[in-house]
Ligand binder design. Structure first.
Ligand SMILES: NC(=O)c1ccc[n+]([C@@H]2O[C@H](COP(=O)([O-])OP(=O)(O)OC[C@H]3O[C@@H](n4cnc5c(N)ncnc54)[C@H](OP(=O)(O)O)[C@@H]3O)[C@@H](O)[C@H]2O)c1
Length: 246
C-alpha cells in the first residue's frame, strides 16, 4: 500500500473526526479538514497544528449540499486517503412520525456519502491510487426498532462500500468500511446510561481505523468484539428477533 502522506477528513469538528485529525497529524500526515462550521473547524485546526508540524488546511463544506460535491471532490485530487466520518444520529420516534426527519437522516447519512464517495472513486480510479475510508455502523447490520432509520442509512452505506470495493479491485483504489459500536462523542452525549464494557472513547476507534487502513483491511468492527456481537445478532432467527427489545 502507498505511504499515506495527505489525508482529508470529512466531518472533522467533533468526536471521531477530531480524534482522527489529532492522531494522523501526530503520525506526520498532512491534513485537509472539512466541516460546515468555520469557527469549530478553525479551533480543531489550531489544536492539531499545535500538536504537530504537519500542514493543516481547512475547508467549509455542508455535505448535504449535493450541488457542491464536484467542487469538494476537485479540491481533494491530491489526497491519498479520504476519511468520511460525518453523520447525524436522528430521533427514531420523530422519524416514524415525520417523513422529512427520516428523509434528512437518510440524506445526510447515506445519499450524500454515496454521492461524494462515488465521485471521489471515479477520480481516484482515473489516477490509479487512493483509499476511501467510510464510517458506517454496527447499526447497519440488522434493523432494530430503536434506531432503524439510522440503521437503514448505515446498512445502505455498508452495501455501497462493498460493491465499490468489488468494482475497484485491481485499480489501485481501496475502500475500507468501518463499523463502530458505541462511541462516547457529542453525537451520543444525550444518552445517559453508558455501560463501560460496551462504550469506548473516540481515540480508541480512531487508532483502530488508522491501523486497519495501514493494514489494507476491507471491513473493520471497532472495538473488535462487535464483530462477534453482530455475528450472534445477525444469526438470531427472525421469528425470535422480532420479539426482542434491542
Ligand atoms: N458515536 C457513536 O456511538 C457512533 C457509533 C457508530 C457509528 N458512528 C458514526 O461515526 C461517525 C462519527 O460520529 P461521531 O460520534 O464522531 O459524531 P459527532 O461527534 O456528532 O460528529 C459528527 C461530525 O459530522 C459533522 N456533520 C454532520 N452533518 C454534516 C453535514 N451535513 N455537513 C458537514 N458536516 C457535518 C459534524 O459537524 P457539526 O459539528 O457542524 O454538526 C461533526 O463534525 C458518524 O458517521 C456516526 O454515524 C458513531
Amino acid at each position: 500500500m502507498a505511504k499515506q502522506t495527505k489525508a482529508a477528513i470529512l466531518g472533522a469538528t467533533a468526536g471521531l473526526g477530531q480524534s482522527l485529525a489529532r492522531q494522523l497529524a501526530e503520525q506526520g500526515t498532512d491534513l485537509i479538514l472539512l466541516a460546515r462550521d468555520g469557527t469549530k473547524l478553525e479551533t480543531v485546526a489550531v489544536d492539531v497544528r499545535a500538536r504537530s508540524g504537519v500542514s493543516v488546511d481547512t475547508q467549509i463544506a455542508d455535505f448535504d449540499s449535493i450541488d457542491t460535491h464536484n467542487e469538494i471532490v476537485s479540491s481533494l485530487t491530491d489526497v491519498d486517503v479520504v476519511y468520511c466520518v460525518y453523520g447525524t444520529l436522528p430521533d427514531q420516534q420523530l422519524c416514524e412520525q415525520d417523513w422529512q426527519a427520516a428523509y434528512a437522516a437518510l440524506h445526510t447519512n447515506a445519499l450524500s456519502v454515496i454521492s461524494l464517495m462515488g465521485r471521489l472513486a471515479n477520480v481516484f480510479e482515473n489516477r490509479g491510487h487512493g483509499t476511501l475510508v467510510v464510517v458506517s455502523s454496527v447499526a447497519g447490520d440488522r434493523g432494530r426498532k430503536s434506531n432503524y432509520v439510522y440503521g437503514t442509512a448505515k446498512g445502505a452505506l455498508s452495501i455501497f462500500c462493498e460493491g465499490l470495493r468489488n468494482r475497484l479491485n485491481g485499480t489501485g483504489v481501496h475502500v475500507v468500511t468501518v463499523k463502530p459500536g458505541f462511541i462516547d462523542t457529542p453525537m451520543t452525549a444525550h444518552i445517559e446510561k453508558k455501560p463501560a464494557v460496551l462504550w469506548v472513547d473516540a481515540n480508541k476507534v480512531a487508532s483502530d481505523i488508522i491501523r486497519a487502513v495501514a493494514a489494507g483491511k476491507n471491513n473493520v468492527y471497532t472495538p473488535w468484539f462487535w464483530r462477534y456481537i453482530l455475528l450472534i445478532i445477525t444469526h438470531i432467527p427472525e421469528f425470535i428477533f422480532k420479539r426482542l427489545s434491542l
